[in-house]
Design a protein. Structure first.
Length: 78
């Protein structure tokens, strides 16, 4: 399903889009949809990275404690 959208672009960006879409032989709508899909994927990855870093910091102390326990186990082996 598609949604109609009214969009204002800066003139320089619009001109660039026009040049590129002619060169790659793509409809403007397809080009803009692909650009937005790419930008959404990029920002989704950035948000996921931020969330993973946050969660990693939350479990960092526990992870270090477990690591030290494993190191102590190795030292007690003959």
């Amino acid at each position: 399903m598609s949604k109609a959208l009214s969009l204002k672009l800066r003139e320089d960006i619009f001109d660039q889009v026009e040049v590129i879409t002619r060169q790659v032989n793509l409809p403007r709508n397809t080009y803009i949809n692909r650009a937005l899909a790419f930008y959404n994927a990029l920002n989704t990855r950035k948000l996921l990275r931020k969330q993973l870093l946050k969660e990693s910091q939350l479990v960092r102390a526990d992870s270090m404690r477990v690591l030290h326990e494993f190191e102590n186990c190795d030292e007690s082996l003959p």
